[in-house]
Every structure is written in structure tokens, then in C-alpha cells.
Design a protein around this ligand. Structure first.
Ligand code: GLY
Length: 390
């Protein structure tokens, strides 16, 4: 006897989905050798539906906005279910600053784009920006303010999800999935872990981040003609500083910006931690922190907030985001019977967790992914794999 759903991957996406599926009364098992140790571990936790809105990404922005709206209720429900866990969820707003005149032009272009999309962002003077964050550096050429954006601590959210999964009796198998198991009728009917043990399931939900691609590629060898899952690793290097012992260091809001065209962000948490990031490298997930990336991130962050010079550097982390070809996630049926996807969340995994989980709850409950998630249908890549137009 197997379970109803085997969830492969226990980052924030797999864990949030497993929670929602268990609430439907489904029997769920989650497999991951190191839950929460992938992109979730590195993530800064900016719920940046406005300040991640980029050109040519209107569908993604719509999903991001919907999920940002869902976060307050998601956080409240999760916190309560986890016995009042503090998720460090708060509305801090985001100050986006330009370092030089070229960066200011870029900020203006983004401002036009974002206002055109009806997003709540305004231009403010450099003096007003300093009024909000007095530690901004001397050379700031422009600023915008996004008052409504929230932030959360992804590690706390993940710990809370693990706690509620344990409460609900969802087993977490700390093993790597070696392969997806095909039934004789050609459907995915479970997984085989790296100890060779079979886990039979009515459906497999693949939420293994960028590594999702490998499992489906291996399946395609056994069953030629299957769709691919075109996820790829996009390495991010991120630093953590400790501002708790520096009374003169006060940063209340997320500060992000452009320094000679390079993006950088600083996320101050209650308690004094400051997360500074991040590189975006088309590199394998080698988890190596490099001197050059550390230098570059700190150089740009201190151009915006020089006071970070005094803070202890407490952590250097490198993990890969799960990139997709169009920066949209893949949520829903894969086109392979029995295999459902929740991957490819790229820069927005924390932000998109609530609506990804609710779209999957609809898929497993009512039988279909809601219309509002249609842009994330994984089958949009099927044509490119099976050949597409001549
Ligand atoms: N969402 C921020 C990042 O991916 O670095």
C-alpha cells in the first residue's frame, strides 16, 4: 500500500504543498535528504512583488502580486498551526536606490514599468530616502519607495512547516530520490530512493528545485517522447551580517539598489541580522563561496550602506535557484500521467509558496489547477521538447 502523493523535495515549495495536501486528507510522504538546505536556506525572504517586477514578465508579476496578497493569511495560519511560531513576517517596505546617474535612469525606467502595471511605488527625493534610512551612503542619485512589501525569515517558515507536517503525521524520508518509478501502463506510480527502496504513490509531486530536470530526463530515457522539465541552476551567493551588537547601526527597511548597473539588496531582520545579496550566476550548484563574489556583493552593499563595514560577517552561503526558460514556475500536470510539478520558481520561491501550494491543493482536490495559474502550466514547454515547429 502506498500513499496518495509522494512529494519529491522539501524546500519551502514542497513543504508548503505537502501541508496543503495533508489538509485535504491525502496521505502524503515527502522525500529529501536535507530538507530546507537548498535555495530556501539561502533565500533572503523579500516578498518583493513590486521590486522584482521586470520587463517582459507580466505573467510572473501577476502571480507574484497574488502571492504577496496571500502571504499575511498564510503566515498567520502557519504560525498558529505551529504553536505561535515567530516567522519574522513583517511589512517593512522597500527602499530602492540608485548609485549614479545611469542607475537613476534605470530606476526611472523601472518606475514607469511598475506604475504602468498599477503597482504601488513612488519616487522620493534622496533627502526623503535618508529620512527613512539615515545610514544611506553619501553618493545616492535617486530613490523609490515601495511601502507595502513584506519580508519573512525563510528558515523560520521552513522550520514551522516541518513542525506542522510532523503534527499532521506526514512522513519525511531523508533520502535522495534516485528515480521516478514507471508502472507497466506508463504512468508515474512512485519513486525509488538512493537506498533502492520503492515508495509507491498514486501521484508524484516533483518539487526538487533545479534538480527536477534530472529525474524527468532519466524517465524520458525509459519512455522516449516525454516532455522535459527545463529547470537549471542559477547560483546565488549571499552573506549574513550581525548588526545586533552595534547600537549605531540601524536599518529598518529592505534597501535594494543598483550600483553601476549591478543589483544588490540588504534585508534587515528583527534581531539584528542583515542578509546581503546576491550574485546571479549561470553556474552549477557547487555551493562554493568565492572570494570574488563576496568582494563584489560587499563592495556594492557598502556603496549603499557604508555602516555595514563595522558588522561581524556571520555566514557565507551559496545555493542555486531553480531557473526556468521564461522565469515563470512550472505548477501543475506535467503531461506525464501521475507526475505533477512544482518547480522553477527561480528568484521568487519564498514569495510564491502560498499560491503554489493553493494551486496544487486545487489540482489534487477539485482536479484542476485554477485558471489564474495557467501561465505556470508546465506543458507550455512540451512543444520545445517534442520538436516544435520545423
Ligand atoms: N529574490 C532574490 C534573489 O533571488 O536573490
Amino acid at each position: 500500500m502506498g500513499v496518495d502523493v509522494a512529494v519529491v523535495g522539501c524546500g519551502i515549495i514542497g513543504a508548503a504543498a505537502a501541508w496543503r495536501l495533508s489538509q485535504l486528507g491525502l496521505a502524503v510522504t515527502v522525500l529529501d535528504p536535507a530538507p530546507g538546505d537548498g535555495a530556501t536556506f539561502a533565500a533572503a525572504g523579500m516578498l518583493a512583488d513590486v521590486t522584482e517586477a521586470e520587463f517582459g514578465e507580466d505573467h510572473l508579476t501577476a502571480l507574484n502580486v497574488a502571492s504577496a496578497r496571500a502571504w499575511p493569511d498564510f503566515a498567520a495560519e502557519l504560525s498558529e498551526a505551529a504553536g505561535g511560531a515567530d516567522l519574522a513576517f513583517r511589512r517593512s517596505g522597500t527602499l530602492t536606490v540608485a548609485y549614479d546617474s545611469g542607475d537613476r535612469q534605470h530606476l526611472h525606467r523601472l518606475l514607469d514599468l511598475r506604475r504602468g502595471l498599477g503597482l504601488p511605488v513612488e519616487e522620493i527625493t534622496v533627502d526623503d530616502a535618508r529620512g527613512l534610512e539615515p545610514l544611506l551612503g553619501p553618493r545616492i542619485a535617486g530613490a523609490t519607495w515601495t511601502p507595502d512589501e513584506h519580508q519573512v525569515d525563510p528558515r523560520r517558515v521552513h522550520a514551522a512547516l516541518l513542525a506542522v507536517l510532523a503534527d499532521r503525521g506526514v512522513a519525511i524520508v531523508r533520502r535522495r530520490v534516485a528515480e521516478l518509478r514507471l508502472t507497466p501502463s506508463g504512468t508515474v506510480g512512485g519513486v525509488i530512493d538512493d537506498h533502492g527502496e520503492r515508495h509507491t504513490a498514486g501521484s508524484v509531486l516533483l518539487a526538487a528545485g533545479w534538480a527536477s530536470r534530472r529525474l524527468v530526463r532519466d524517465l524520458a530515457r525509459a519512455l522516449p517522447g516525454l516532455s522535459a522539465v527545463p529547470t537549471r541552476p542559477v547560483k546565488g551567493q549571499v552573506l549574513r551580517l550581525d548588526g545586533s551588537g552595534e547600537p549605531g547601526f540601524t536599518l529598518s527597511r529592505v534597501v535594494r539598489g543598483f550600483v553601476q548597473a549591478r543589483p544588490v539588496y540588504l534585508v534587515p531582520r528583527t534581531g539584528g541580522e542583515v542578509v546581503v545579496g546576491a550574485t546571479s550566476e549561470e553556474q552549477p550548484d557547487d555551493r562554493r563561496v568565492t572570494a570574488g563574489a563576496t568582494f563584489a556583493v560587499l563592495r556594492d552593499a557598502r556603496a549603499l550602506v557604508p555602516g555595514i563595514d563595522e558588522l561581524p560577517l556571520t555566514e557565507l552561503t551559496a545555493r542555486a535557484r531553480p531557473g526556468s526558460p521564461d522565469n515563470l514556475p512550472l505548477i501543475g500536470d506535467s503531461g506525464i500521467p501521475g507526475l505533477v510539478l512544482a518547480t522553477g520558481h527561480y528568484r521568487n520561491g519564498i514569495l510564491l509558496a502560498p499560491i503554489t501550494a493553493s494551486a496544487l491543493a486545487a489540482r489534487y482536490g477539485a482536479g484542476t489547477v485554477p485558471e489564474w495559474a495557467a501561465a505556470a502550466d508546465p506543458r507550455r514547454f512540451a512543444a520545445t521538447v517534442t520538436g516544435g515547429p520545423p
